[in-house]
Design a binder for this molecule. Structure first.
Ligand SMILES: Nc1ncnc2c1ncn2[C@@H]1O[C@H](COP(=O)(O)OP(=O)(O)OP(=O)(O)O)[C@@H](O)[C@H]1O
Ligand SMILES: [Mg+2]
Length: 308
């Protein structure tokens, strides 16, 4: 992928849906994530550059764009796993990677073998004490152990997984596994939740249910959510902001501003048509194909099916 010298980048819009209650501020400035003129290079290749973004406390933001454009890479930059090549990135007022447990993360494409005996509760517990997994806490830490058990039960209840959390995770359905993994990411009460394609490979009712769950976590728990999504429709009504990545650049703002024929055609430098169906769904026609260099990563059967 080459960088277009004309990559267009727009400042994040501050517009939110007036129907929604204001989100609680978690940092003095109310800004949870900011990128200033940020660029990232992977294997000598610039994926995107000049990216500007402000995400306010309690906002629900989607990261969109074709396969291989650098959506997961953006999440890894926010986690501090990948450095930026230029610009400035702040997460909860810190350098990426410095905010520790204040950031929860759900990686892309998780799957569990059907024979895995670990229970749902064990998976959630890994989010609490994964670094000490298997080491029993001595007696004087009993209070801490009880607090952990309470929080694990609470978060399992929150995601609606109580009825199957004691089953082996490999025997849970994709939607059930997803809820348990969201519980794992939430168990340490993060202020920022980074979800990389949590709706991937779920059927439509499960997509809607998990989208509703994440929306509720955002609104009711005040957690800022950045979600990478392949299809914006299941979360469209809940979003404050979208970020569309393209070769070289990005555009961000309120969904109704960004997901338009004009804005996306300008961003991708090719005619793109955005159609709205009678039930309010958005269909993006003509989005560029994934670059050939990316295809190897999704060679597994079924991986990436139905992607733009
Ligand atoms: N560590 C790495 N070394 C080399 N190339 C990498 C590395 N990580 C990512 N890439 C490349 O960077 C590009 C962007 O990858 P990324 O996973 O961020 O894409 P994506 O937008 O999340 O795609 P998808 O929709 O398929 O998940 C891809 O071409 C990928 O092959
Ligand atoms: Mg990805």
């Amino acid at each position: 992928m080459t960088v277009k010298p004309t990559a267009r980048v727009r400042e994040a819009s501050q517009q939110t849906d007036p129907q929604r209650s204001p989100a609680p501020a978690r940092s003095p400035s109310g800004t949870v994530v900011s990128l200033r003129d940020a660029a990232v290079r992977v294997s000598g290749r610039t994926l995107w550059s000049g990216v500007e973004l402000d995400v306010g406390a309690g906002e629900f933001v989607a990261v969109l764009g074709p396969n291989g454009v650098g959506k997961s890479t953006l999440v890894k930059v926010l986690l501090g796993v990948l450095p930026t090549a230029a610009g400035e990135v702040r997460v909860l007022g810190e350098q990426p990677g410095q905010a520790g447990q204040r950031v929860g993360y759900l990686p892309q494409r998780r799957s569990f073998d059907a024979s895995l005996r670990m229970r749902g509760t064990d998976i959630v517990r890994l989010g609490w004490d994964g670094d000490r997994w298997g080491v029993p806490l001595p007696g004087r830490f009993g209070a801490r152990r009880k607090a952990a058990a309470r929080r694990i039960a609470e978060v399992i209840e929150l995601v609606g997984a109580a009825s199957y959390a004691h089953r082996p995770i490999g025997q849970c359905s994709g939607g059930e596994q997803q809820r348990l993994l969201i519980a794992q990411a939430l168990v340490r009460r993060p202020e920022l939740l980074l979800l990389d394609e949590p709706l991937d490979s779920l059927d439509l009712p499960n997509q809607a249910a998990v989208a509703a769950l994440v929306g509720r976590i955002c609104r009711e728990e005040g957690v800022t959510v950045i979600m990478v999504a392949h299809d914006v429709n299941p979360i469209l009504s809940r979003l404050d902001r979208v970020v569309y990545l393209a070769e070289g650049g990005a555009v961000s703002g309120a969904p109704e501003e960004v997901i338009t024929s004009e804005t996306l055609s300008r961003l991708y430098g090719t005619p793109i048509e955005v159609l709205r169906t009678s039930d309010g769904r958005l269909v993006v026609v003509g989005q560029p194909e994934a670059p050939a260099i990316h295809s190897d990563r999704h060679a597994a059967p079924g991986a990436g099916e139905g992607k733009p």
